[in-house]
Write a protein that binds this ligand. Structure first.
Ligand code: EPS
Length: 359
């Protein structure tokens, strides 16, 4: 129901995004989007680029007097760093500067160059860059507002950095990695609460909500694994230790635990939805790994350009955004509605009735 596209290179003039399918009458301000963008920039271990980007943005269409119109919403985030890259990133003339012919292990550089026949791998890295996720967060702020109006909240928590669970050690680990010219990944969790039971479905493979969540999270740069609820741990336990037993609550049925992470058989069960994702260490290393020059065909160190040491906190904020986009889409699939008034009425009615079906 929600469609969106992003465009823009990391050091190009701007990022552009269009989102369609958001009902009319939803309050949204530029400042709300900007604060989410600022949250995305933060976290220990980010590089100097984040000091340059102010994340000023323009809403170009689809919003009037602070409310959505129901029409496509277009957003532009100018890249402040573009002024330092104007010649290299020129749309018209070719610059001899900034060309890249040594791919980084772990990056899209080489496969992208072969696929698109780019002899300068800047043509790959500019779009493969995680700068793109700024626009996904911007767009998702609208989905988050939509969900918030329906009583849904989404939060995140970083749970491991570089294999370490003790948060008091994280900054030291990152400092050490920085000193060594290395990078670190980690694991974060995103949690949604306040949503209804009954989003998604078991009736067709592409309607299972876990599938849509996993796809959204795996589409984030550097993510190599996704778990819902107990995830991989369920494979190591007995059935009796995994499945959440039913209990009788004053208002109907409840669960003794939430090992399922809020989803059973492709459908939300109304319990907190918990998604964990594993982020690999960033592939741009100040102390580069070995690679090959595609120009000279000689063994050489990989290309290095200014980069972050650790971006797990940013990924966690982006994770919130990705879950918001999936959930907003599921709400619209189930309830439809062209205006916020219409959809709020439908959700309210459904909540009232659903609780009373068996009681
Ligand atoms: C990135 C490399 C760095 C990051 C960038 C992602 O950029 P630069 O090469 O300009 O230093 O800062 O992330 C962002 C710009 C951002 O806003 O998150 C990469 O290679 O993926």
């Amino acid at each position: 129901m929600i469609r969106f596209l992003t465009a823009g290179e990391s050091h190009g003039k701007a990022l552009i995004g269009i989102i369609e399918g958001i009902p009319s009458g939803l309050g949204i301000l530029k400042s709300e989007i900007q604060s989410e963008l600022i949250r995305r920039k933060q976290g220990y271990g980010r590089g100097d680029r984040q000091k340059i980007e102010t994340e000023e943005l323009e809403i170009l269409s689809g919003v009037r007097a602070g409310k959505t119109l129901g029409s496509p919403i277009a957003i532009q985030i100018p890249n402040q760093d573009w002024k330092n890259w104007q010649e290299i990133m020129s749309v018209e003339s070719e610059s001899q500067e900034g060309k890249i012919d040594v791919p980084r292990p772990g990056h899209a550089d080489y496969a992208g160059a072969v696929k698109y026949r780019h002899f300068d791998m800047r043509n790959v890295l500019e779009r493969a860059s995680a700068r793109e996720t700024a626009m996904r967060v911007a767009i998702a702020t609208i989905a988050r507002k939509f969900l918030f109006d329906l009583g849904v909240q989404i939060t995140n928590c970083v749970i491991e950095i570089g294999g370490e669970k003790d948060s008091s050690k994280w900054n030291d680990l990152i400092d050490l990695a920085r000193k060594e010219g290395n990078t670190l990944g980690g694991i974060f969790e995103v949690c949604a609460t306040g949503h209804i039971m009954g989003l998604g479905s078991y009736v067709q493979w592409d309607r299972r909500i876990e599938g849509n969540i996993a796809k959204a999270f795996m589409s984030l740069n550097a993510i190599k694994g996704v778990e819902i609820g107990l995830g991989f741990e369920t494979a190591r336990l007995m059935g009796s230790e995994v499945h959440d037993e039913f209990i009788l609550r004053e208002q109907g049925v409840g669960y003794r635990s939430n090992n399922s992470g809020g989803v059973n058989g492709g459908i939300t069960i109304g319990e907190p939805l918990t998604v964990r994702a594993a982020m690999k260490p960033l592939s741009t290393l100040r102390k580069p790994l070995s690679s090959i020059s595609l120009k000279t065909k000689e063994k050489i160190e990989a290309h290095y350009e200014r980069s972050d040491v650790c971006a797990v906190w940013s990924a966690a904020v982006i994770g919130e955004s990705l879950l918001a986009l999936v959930l907003a889409d599921e709400y619209l699939t189930k309830f439809g509605g062209d205006s916020m008034t219409e959809i709020k009425e439908r959700v309210f009615e459904w909540k009232k009735k659903a609780e009373k079906i068996f009681f």
